[in-house]
Write a protein that binds this ligand. Structure first.
Ligand code: MN3
Length: 200
């Protein structure tokens, strides 16, 4: 039977201070992420006949899943997977290799243009959702938004390189309604070596 577990963060709750505060990280991981996981596992328990697969595979082929759990997998399974990526693509080290720079320049014109476009996309997302840097099946980088806990790989054949959670629960304790300020500070805690690994 398919059953998933909550991964530990690859750093301490306070590792991203002062940009993302420890209290937010702790609640986000132990309450929000855990809640998505619990709902996801509860739905999977009702279908022990499902073949073993990864959570990512389930999101890629939602249509092949039993209809009565499709929505839960999309929302709770999406929440589970999306946060796994979010934690990994952040970290206290924030240095970008020339390889990543080259790719960003190739597809966005400059690194600055990429971050401006990404920030603008995240700031303009209506309601709750995520902003992503993805690589399409032709190897081209692009920025996409998804609503709620939708994962971009459910919609198209892409590889996810970077994820930004713009649900209010990701920033409200420290930033209240100031989403642009949260986004601005998030740039200081990106794990670019993880982004590069995902490009390969
Ligand atoms: Mn979240």
């Amino acid at each position: 039977m398919n059953k998933f577990t909550l991964p530990d963060l690859p750093y301490g709750y306070d590792a991203l201070e002062p940009y993302i505060d420890a209290e937010t990280m702790k609640i986000h991981h132990t309450k929000h992420h855990q809640a998505y996981l619990d709902k996801f596992n509860a739905a999977l328990e009702t279908h022990p006949e499902l073949p073993e697969m990864t959570a990512e595979e389930m999101l890629k082929k939602l249509d092949s899943l039993p209809e009565d759990i499709r929505t839960v997998v999309r929302n709770a399974g999406g929440g589970y997977v999306n946060h796994n990526i979010f934690w990994k693509t952040m970290g206290p080290e924030n240095s970008r290799s020339s390889k990543v720079d080259e790719m960003l320049v190739r597809d966005f014109g400059s690194v600055e243009k990429f971050s401006e476009d990404f920030s603008a996309s995240a700031a303009s997302l209506f309601g709750s959702g995520w902003t992503w840097l993805v690589m399409d099946n032709m190897g081209k980088l692009k920025i996409v938004n998804t609503s709620n806990q939708d994962n971009p790989a459910s919609n198209e054949d892409v590889r996810i390189l970077l994820a930004l959670d713009v649900w209010e629960h990701a920033y409200y304790l420290k930033y209240q309604n100031r989403r642009p300020e949260y986004i601005e500070n998030w740039w200081k805690v990106i794990n670019w070596s993880e982004v590069e690994k995902r490009m390969a």
